[in-house]
Design a protein around this ligand. Structure first.
Ligand code: FES
Length: 158
């Protein structure tokens, strides 16, 4: 079956069964390897992407659920030479240890900043709760999200 979805602003056609997890489609069919396979059960967040701006676990999101909808992955945020404010904040706070969870962390944080550009620490903490980092860098990740929010606020003032 052919499914049409929009990924990072580009319309893509995919031939796969409707129940194929979005994560497999992104990685295997579209060559977007940012989102990672961790648990495959919606329990770790390594596979997080945005679906219509909302953070979702792509490992448990079937292809049928994204027909004609907008998906954003970490590849859609910025590049190594032109990072988004959020990606830059993760670098500046050295929030990455092994890095396996980071694409998912960034996409969950982006979903928050898209609807709330100046979240307080409690809001950031609660929003990021579903995503796990086995290296234990949560404090640095929280600082990175705070830094990104501050930098977005500074951009609005200038
Ligand atoms: Fe999707 Fe763990 S791989 S939540």
């Amino acid at each position: 079956m052919t499914t049409v979805l929009k990924v990072n602003g580009v319309s893509r056609r995919v031939d796969a069964t409707p129940e194929t997890p979005l994560l497999y489609v992104l990685r295997d069919d579209l060559g977007l390897n940012g989102a990672k396979y961790g648990c495959g059960l919606g329990q770790c967040g390594a596979c997080t992407v945005q679906l219509e701006k909302e953070a979702v676990f792509s490992c448990i999101t079937p292809l049928a659920a994204v027909q004609n909808r907008e998906v954003r992955t970490v590849e859609g945020l910025g590049t190594i030479d032109a990072m988004s404010p959020l990606q830059q904040a993760f670098v500046d706070e050295q929030a990455v240890q092994c890095g396996y969870c980071i694409a998912g962390m960034i996409m969950r944080a982006q979903a928050l900043l898209d609807v709330n550009s100046s979240p307080d620490d409690e809001t950031i903490r609660a929003h990021m709760m579903p995503n796990l980092c086995r290296c234990g860098t949560h404090q640095r990740i929280l600082r990175a999200v705070r830094r990104a929010a501050d930098s977005l606020a500074a951009g609005r003032r200038s």
